[in-house]
Design a protein around this ligand. Sequence first.
Ligand SMILES: [Zn+2]
Length: 76
Amino acid sequence: MDCFLCNGKLTESTTTYMADLRNIIVIVKNVSCHKCIQCGEESFSGTVVAQLERIIDQLRNTLTEIVVVNYDNRAA
Ligand SMILES: [Zn+2]
């Protein structure tokens, strides 16, 4: 798989994903991603995107303003 921006090589990595909902900010740490060694663009697999959506859905109704979760713990 190559980077869709620059066609550089992608390498397995982890990143911090941030979602800005209307009233809360969700930060998910240690999310598996593919990172381009050339331009640094990060992309997620379909599985990871679906998992992130699930995590955010679960947190959407929380009263906290900022939620920080670890992807590893949530993905199990
Ligand atoms: Zn790239």
